[in-house]
Design a protein around this ligand. Structure first.
Ligand code: HEC
Length: 250
């Protein structure tokens, strides 16, 4: 009986491990920002912003971002002003009590494509394009999942019943998604001469979305390294003190 119990206790976590593994068998991509010291590739984040602006922003909002946040990814104040000014905001009321339109400013949040969820649904066959501000955190293995999703549109296998207005995707749960394939080779032209293949566009937009979800990642890693260094040095000092104090006993 006891042996059985011990066996169960040891096997249970293993089962979990196995389940975990089968779930994360999705292909993993190599990211500039992964690992202990990885940082966001600035050029890639900037290209990803371009992909978001020219493609995804037609349907997806990013309400948690302000235009001024773009200074973090290497844009100058003037560039940020110019990017913001491309968008129109409804502000007000003015002295006559009326709402009015004005160009967005760096202190404004990213302008959403739809006024509200209902309007978004009506324009998308009833489906709701989620806000992308923290989407890489809102999905398991978010960055790899998103990258795979963007590359995962395929012809449905024979016999697969696909709903109306739905598209087959290898990586979404249930294998159908209401978003038409948003990217393909050449959809966005890059100014820095980078090739605009589908995997490149996907990598850049996911890098941008990873930054927007975790802009403090680089600071967090830097602090982590400092803390570890501190503990190593602190450990050595404590060891030396201990040697000294116990000198007579040893
Ligand atoms: C024409 C509108 C449209 C465009 C453009 C678009 N999407 Fe979507 N997207 C949708 C809709 C609608 C859904 C909801 C799908 C569903 O619920 O089945 C969605 C869902 C998603 C999801 C959530 C998937 C999940 O796991 O639930 C992600 C991530 C996403 N889109 C990313 C992007 C990215 C990145 C781009 C730009 C490269 C983009 N989308 C462009 C309409 C769009």
């Amino acid at each position: 009986m006891r042996i059985l119990l011990i066996a169960i206790i040891f096997l249970l976590p293993n089962y979990n491990l196995l389940a975990e593994n089968s779930n994360s068998s999705k292909p993993k991509h190599k990211w500039s920002f992964s690992g202990f010291t990885g940082t966001f590739d600035r050029a890639s984040v900037q290209r990803g912003l371009k992909v978001y602006r020219e493609v995804c922003s037609g349907c997806h909002s990013m309400k948690l971002l302000y235009y001024r946040d773009l200074i973090d990814i290497g844009f100058s104040k003037e560039q940020v002003k110019a990017i913001a000014a491309d968008y129109t905001i409804i502000d007000g009321p003015n002295d006559e009590g009326e709402m009015f339109e004005r160009p967005a400013r760096p202190s404004d949040r990213f302008v959403s494509p739809f006024a509200n969820e209902q309007e978004a649904r009506v324009s998308n066959n009833g489906a709701y394009p989620p806000d992308l501000s923290v989407i890489t955190k809102a999905r398991k293995n978010g960055v790899d999942y998103l990258y795979n999703l963007l590359l995962g549109y395929k012809e449905p296998p024979e016999g697969f019943e696909i709903g109306e207005g739905m598209y087959y995707n290898k990586w979404i749960e249930g294998n159908q998604i209401a978003m038409a394939p948003p990217l393909d080779e050449g959809y966005v032209d890059y100014d820095d001469g980078t090739e605009n293949t589908l995997p490149q566009l996907a990598e850049d937009v996911v890098t941008f979305l990873a930054w927007s979800a975790e802009p403090e990642l680089e600071i967090r890693k830097k602090i982590g390294i400092k803390v570890i260094l501190f503990f190593i040095i602190f450990g050595i000092i404590i060891y030396l003190i201990k040697q000294r104090l116990w000198r007579d006993v040893n």
